[in-house]
Structures are given as C-alpha cells and as structure tokens.
Design a protein around this ligand. Structure first.
Ligand code: SAM
Length: 246
C-alpha cells in the first residue's frame, strides 16, 4: 500500500450518538456508501450517526482514537449549545469530532499539523461521507505552539475541541500555549477535551498555572460515557477523562 494513499485499504466505521445508554451494535464496513436517508436524519431528534473512513497507517491521525467517541458523547449531550456556533478542533485526525459538531449545527474548523498533511484529505473525505456541506466546515493547518496569521485574524471561536491530543508529554506545553492564546482571544470560549490515562507521572497542573488556565473534570457518568461501547465502539471509554477549560 502506498504510504498515504487514502483511496486504498480503508474501512468505514459508524459511530452512533444517542441519548440511550444501552449497547449499540458495532458496525464496520469497507464500503464508501453515503449515509442513507434515515441515517441522515440527525440532530433534529435524538440520534446522529457519523461514518468515518479510517486507515491503519503510521500517521496517528488516520484512524479514530479511543477518546473520540467519549468526547463525541459529551458534544452530543451538549448539542443544543453548538447550534450556530463556531468550533475549532485541534489535532482533528479523521475529523469525527468536527463532523459531529457540524451535524449539531456548528460551523466546524478542522485543524491538524502541517507535518501530517494526509490527514487533511481523510478529514475532507469524512465530511463528504457525512454529507456535510462545504460551507459548514473549513480545514486549516494549525501546529500546536505556533500562532499563525489565521489564528490572529480569525474572528470568533466558541468552542475549542480536542480528542486525544494529550498523548505525548513533549507537546503538552505547545497545546496549552495554543489553547491559552485562543481562550484569551475569545473570552467566552471553552475548551472541551478528552484524553486517556496513559501514565500516572503525566501532569499538566504546573502548565495550567504557568499559563493562567483552569479546567474542570467532567465525570464520565454525567454524560453516560462511563462504559465500554461508547457510541457503538469497544474503544476503552472508562480509561478516558473529559475536561472543560475556560
Ligand atoms: C492521537 S491523534 C488523535 C486524532 C483524533 N483527534 C482522534 O481522537 O481520533 C493526534 C492528532 O494530533 C495531530 N498532531 C500531532 N502533533 C501535532 C502538532 N504538533 N500540531 C498539531 N496537530 C498535531 C496528529 O496529526 C493527529 O491527528
């Protein structure tokens, strides 16, 4: 397989976001079919299905990480807050989170590092796969720790989203610098993130203090994510944490 050819050897996973807590059957296929009409009936009522094309590839953003269904569930529980708002996702990878935000009525800004350009293609594929109109999303390069002219010019962001971006301690301060910049520029914005407990030595408290930020843990049981099979996937929900920063 060509290293970053997104047209080959992919699978499509369906992530189901509902208000129900029960087990949802996991579904996965290799077909590229667009959502059926009933699957497209989202957000007006009580469920959304997001299709995600993913590729097992050494590049981290080409497949869905365990925290994405957890953060997705949090977004789903707060979907009424997203309508007509602007979300900016850090380290978007496949774009599952931004696709869900767009389905909940937000204008979604998908970002990832300029070093990992193939993820932009897969994220775009996934927006198309979910019938999200181009006017409802944009894709930008945003490398943590760098303040681009786009970030300076950008008018308003309501929610910053990050799933599994805290996975490498060398990047922690760069992420926090980026979040701090965006939160200072958008005084009413919030940062919603989910991360996995990977090592008990990892701690960001000193960085929060240094950059004058605070965050609150959101218990998984508050939004029915304290289980396996979050959004229909057996990714390890219970080992993830969700936090809200302001
Ligand atoms: C662990 S993956 C998570 C992907 C996706 N958010 C998810 O939960 O499925 C980390 C993502 O961050 C991106 N990334 C890594 N280093 C980055 C950096 N320095 N600046 C911006 N994005 C970066 C990767 O390309 C990848 O998409």
């Amino acid at each position: 397989m060509a290293a970053h050819d997104v047209s080959v050897e992919h699978s499509i996973k369906n992530f189901h976001f509902t208000d129900e807590t029960g087990i949802i059957e996991l579904s996965c296929s290799s077909s590229d079919s667009l959502l059926s009409e009933s699957e497209q009936h989202v957000c007006s009522n009580n469920c959304a299905t997001i299709k995600v094309k993913e590729i097992l590839d050494p590049s981290f953003g080409m497949y869905v990480w365990p925290c994405a269904p957890v953060l997705g569930k949090y977004i789903w529980y707060n979907r009424n807050r997203l309508k007509d708002k602007i979300t900016l996702e850090l380290g978007s990878g496949t774009g599952l989170i931004s696709a869900l935000a767009a389905k909940c009525g937000a204008h979604a800004i998908i970002t990832d590092s300029q070093k990992y350009r193939p993820v932009f293609k897969i994220a775009e594929n996934n927006m198309e796969l979910n019938n999200i109109e181009k006017k409802n999303y944009e894709i930008k390069e945003l490398t943590w720790g760098y303040i681009s002219s786009y970030m300076i010019k950008n008018e308003k962001i309501d929610f910053i989203l990050g799933s599994d971006v805290f996975y490498c301690p060398n990047d922690f301060e760069d992420i926090i610098v980026t979040v701090s910049f965006l939160l200072k520029k958008n005084a009413d914005a919030e940062f919603w993130c989910a991360y996995e407990h990977r090592c008990s030595d990892w701690n960001i408290d000193h960085l929060l203090e240094k950059w004058n930020l605070s965050c609150k843990n959101v218990p998984l049981e508050d939004f029915d994510a304290d289980c396996f099979n979050v959004a229909g996937h057996d990714l390890p929900g219970p080992s993830c944490c969700c936090r809200r920063w302001a």
